[in-house]
Design a protein around this ligand. Structure first.
Ligand code: KG4
Ligand code: ZN
Length: 332
C-alpha cells in the first residue's frame, strides 16, 4: 500500500502545505505573508493570524493539485519546532484535528532537520555521511548527517544567523525586509572586490556575524559623511562585497569541516541557500576541493512544506509518530 502524507509548515511567516506519495512530492504550496513588509520584520501576532486565514485554502489546493483525497492519507505531518510559538500552534492544531478526524497517525517534524533533508527530495541525493551547511533566517549550522534521522550539529553561529546578517545589513542600506534576496539581486551587477569587510577569527567550526554587521555600519556612516548619497551611488558594489564576505565566512568553515571529518559530500540548505552567489561559490569550492555538492531546488530552500513531507516520510518508515498531546516548542 502506498504512503500518502500531508505536511504542514507554519514555523514563521509562510503557510505551507505539501503532499508526498511514496517519497515523491506531488504538490508543494505556499502562502506568503506580505503584511510584515511595512514593519521591517516578522510581527509574530500578525503571522499567527495570517496562518489562520491561509491554512485551510493552502491545504485544500495542495491536496487538489496532488489529486489526493483526505480519506486516502496515511499520516499528517507538522513542524513542531523551532519557530514562532503562535505560528507553530496554528499548524499543530490543524494537523492534530485532521489526524484525529481521519484517525491516522500524526508526525512532528524538526524544522532544521527538514531543511537538511530537502536535499533528499530530488536526485542526485548525497551519500551518508555528508555535511550540510544549513543557513536560514534563524540558524547557521554545519551538520554532520549519518542517516536521514541521525544528525549532529558540529558548528553553529555564536550570534546572528547568516540570514540575519543579510537582512540586518540590508536594513542599514535602507532596503525593505527581507533584504537577503535584494542583496542577492543588486550583487549580481556589482564588483565583489571593491570594498573589503573583515572575516572574523572564530576558533573551531563556529561562526560569528555580529562584527561584520558593525563593520558595515561604521563603513557606511564614514562614507556617508563625505557623500550623503554614497549608498545610492555604490549599491551594487556594496551588496556584492557584503555578499562575498558572508559567503567566504560560511564556506571557509565548510572547508575546515571537510578536513576535520574527511567527509566529501557537501550539501547546503535553508533560506540563504537560495542565494545565487552562495550556490555558485559552493560549486567552485567543490571543484577546487574535490567535493560532490548538493543544492536543493529554489522552492525547497526557503521555508516550505515539501521538506516537512520528506522528513515525515522517513519518520513514517521508522514508525516515529507523535501523540495527540505533542506540544510545539519555540526552541529546539
Ligand atoms: O529558511 P528560511 O526561509 O526561514 C527561516 O527558517 O529562517 O530563511 C529565511 C532567510 C531570510 O533571512 C532571507 O533573507 C534569506 O533566508 N534569504 C536569502 C535569499 N533568499 C532568502 N538570503 C540571501 N540571498 C537570497 N537569495
Ligand atoms: Zn527555515
Amino acid at each position: 500500500m502506498s504512503v500518502k502524507i500531508l505536511a504542514i509548515e507554519s514555523s514563521c511567516d509562510d503557510t505551507g502545505a505539501a503532499v508526498l506519495v511514496d517519497g515523491k512530492i506531488l504538490s508543494n504550496k505556499i502562502a506568503n505573508q506580505k503584511v510584515h513588509e511595512q514593519y521591517g520584520g516578522v510581527v509574530p501576532e500578525l503571522a499567527s493570524r495570517a496562518h489562520q486565514e491561509n491554512i485551510v485554502p493552502v491545504v485544500d489546493i495542495a491536496l487538489k493539485t496532488a489529486g489526493v483525497k483526505p480519506e486516502e492519507l496515511s499520516a499528517i505531518a507538522f513542524t513542531q519546532s523551532p519557530g514562532l510559538i503562535g505560528s507553530l500552534l496554528v499548524g499543530s492544531c490543524f494537523a492534530k484535528s485532521m489526524a484525529l478526524a481521519l484517525d491516522i497517525p500524526l508526525i512532528g517534524v524538526h524544522h532544521m532537520q527538514a531543511h537538511v533533508l530537502a536535499n533528499f527530495i530530488d536526485d542526485p541525493k548525497p551519500d551518508f555521511p555528508f555535511l550540510c551547511l544549513t543557513v536560514s533566517g534563524g540558524h547557521t549550522q554545519i551538520v554532520l548527517c549519518e542517516s536521514p534521522l541521525s544528525m549532529r550539529v558540529i558548528g553553529e553561529t555564536l550570534d546572528d544567523a547568516a540570514g540575519e546578517a543579510f537582512d540586518k545589513t540590508a536594513k542599514i542600506l535602507g532596503l525593505p525586509y527581507p533584504g537577503g534576496p535584494l542583496i542577492d539581486k543588486y550583487a549580481q551587477t556589482g564588483d565583489p572586490d571593491r570594498f573589503k569587510f573583515p572575516e572574523p577569527k572564530i576558533p573551531g567550526l563556529d561562526f560569528s556575524f555580529s562584527g561584520l554587521k558593525t563593520a558595515i555600519l561604521y563603513f557606511l556612516q564614514e562614507n556617508q559623511q563625505q557623500d550623503p548619497e554614497f549608498i545610492q551611488h555604490n549599491l551594487a558594489d556594496i551588496c556584492a562585497s557584503i555578499q562575498q564576505r558572508i559567503i567566504s565566512i560560511l564556506l571557509n568553515k565548510v572547508v575546515k569541516a571537510t578536513r576535520e571529518t574527511g567527509v566529501k559530500d557537501v550539501a547546503i540548505a535553508g533560506g540563504v541557500s537560495a542565494n545565487s552567489g552562495l550556490r555558485a561559490a559552493l560549486q567552485e569550492y567543490g571543484q577546487q576541493h574535490g567535493w560532490r555538492t548538493f543544492i536543493p531546488k529554489f522552492e525547497y530552500c526557503t521555508d516550505n512544506a515539501g521538506m516537512i513531507a520528506i522528513t515525515a516520510y522517513y519518520k513514517y518508515l521508522a514508525g516515529d509518530f507523535a501523540s495527540l498531546d505533542a506540544v510545539p516548542t519555540a526552541r529546539a
